[in-house]
Design a protein. Structure first.
Length: 115
């Protein structure tokens, strides 16, 4: 019987893949990847945070990308399943943007969300 490949907890666009590759090209020597987490902060309760990671946590989701390893915090996965992460740049801003079907609301500034 063939084993079925489990889909990733979060979908990454080509823009997100390029940004992860760019971050890893400039990463500190001890970085093994970048990690998405949802710490409690902001007026709606949860925020998106992307940081370098130096040690793999076995509870984290691990996604291999062309530019490096992307981790999703194990405690955040339930808030992120089915989300799409993109990197968007325009004349005035640049940053990761999330389309999260689990978010029930967001603050006015878009910095935090609630589930």
């Amino acid at each position: 019987m063939a084993t079925r490949v489990r889909p990733a907890a979060i979908n990454l666009t080509s823009g997100a893949h390029r940004r992860i590759a760019d971050l890893m090209a400039r990463a500190p020597a001890d970085a093994i990847g970048v990690k998405l987490s949802t710490p409690r902060r902001g007026c709606s309760g949860l925020a998106y945070s992307v940081d370098y990671v130096t040690v793999a946590d076995p509870m984290d989701e691990r996604i291999e990308t062309p530019g490096g390893t992307f981790f999703v915090d194990g405690g955040s996965i339930l808030y992120l399943i089915g989300s799409t992460m993109d990197w968007v740049e325009d004349d005035f801003t640049a940053g990761f943007v999330f389309a999260n079907p689990n978010a029930k609301g967001a603050c006015g500034c878009g910095e935090s969300f609630t589930v």
